[in-house]
Design a protein around this ligand. Sequence first.
Ligand code: FA5
Length: 334
Amino acid sequence: MDIKLLKTEAEKDLTLSKDLKDLDDIFRKYLGKKGSIAEIFNSLAEMSKKDRIKAGKEANELKSFLIDKINQKRLDLAETIKGKEQWIDISLPAKGPKTGHLHPLTLIKRKVSEIFESMGFSYIEGPEIENEFYNFDALNIPKDHPARDAWDTFYLDKGLLLRTHTSPVQVRFMEKNNPPLRIFVPGRVFRHEATDASHEVNFYQIEGLMVGKDVSTANFKAVIKEFFSRFFGKKIEIRLRPSFFPFVEPGFEVDISCVVCKGKGCSVCSKTGWVEIMGAGMVHPNVLKASGINPKFWQGFAFGIGIDRLAMMKYKINDIRLFYSSDLRFLEQF
Ligand code: FA5
């Protein structure tokens, strides 16, 4: 390889180079591991001693020459492109780290907690892995009772299961605490069922329980009316439908008018204009008994609200599955 020709070619390349990328290419072409200079060094072994000394010296000179030229050109380019996007101004303050934020379901849980706490309810938690006694038996759902089918359950080994609702915590709490009592229990629950726009296999509920000497359905209505108006910050239409839950008597389901479509009918409310948001009722005497409380002296109401459904209404989300999608485009809006 003719070193003089190589030098001329490199000088030409350098003159024509316009940006830092061109310079990197030139560096690679001549000084890189597989570049021209490396090639010359590799071929030295095949030369006669005289040629080898000459070529080695020239190649080394060309190498330092090119390094100097490239460095100089780099500085020149930096000067000329100062102010343009390629210029890195090292005196600028660094970009701050991206901070995370709370998940929309956490925001809702906190808001709900704040409201119930202000009404004198205490925050209580219970286990996500339950046994059949607390999830079913103590809640007046005997083994072979068809009502058990209402909760499609993920069973684990040894009589354990993933709790299908937060109601078992009613019993766990009443076993250890005497009435009068007022608690709310936010928590994750699991159901082995098909998902759609308003159903997930994993979702969140808030259980509420108030037991006293003369706690009635009227108290329940007052509490949830106050809750909904504070939660939504405006008047919301509520409707109570008689319903059956073995652990309450009487039992009802509470619907609120669909905020997503303003009651017109959409995928969230299955075109009915109403969204089922909670189950509720007066605590069944058998549940009080199973928890060691005498139903002759004490009575109360209980309810279970779907947190996800509340979040859907509050933020006008039309598919519950978005909460669990981990999609930042969705989550960054909150
Ligand atoms: C229950 O789970 C009862 N434990 C509620 C209860 C408590 C009744 C105390 C009486 C006394 P239900 O299966 O209807 O009931 O669920 C309660 C709420 O959870 C529903 O109103 C709904 O808001 C929410 N929910 C139920 N299933 C799902 C699901 N698959 N995905 C999302 N939310 C759901």
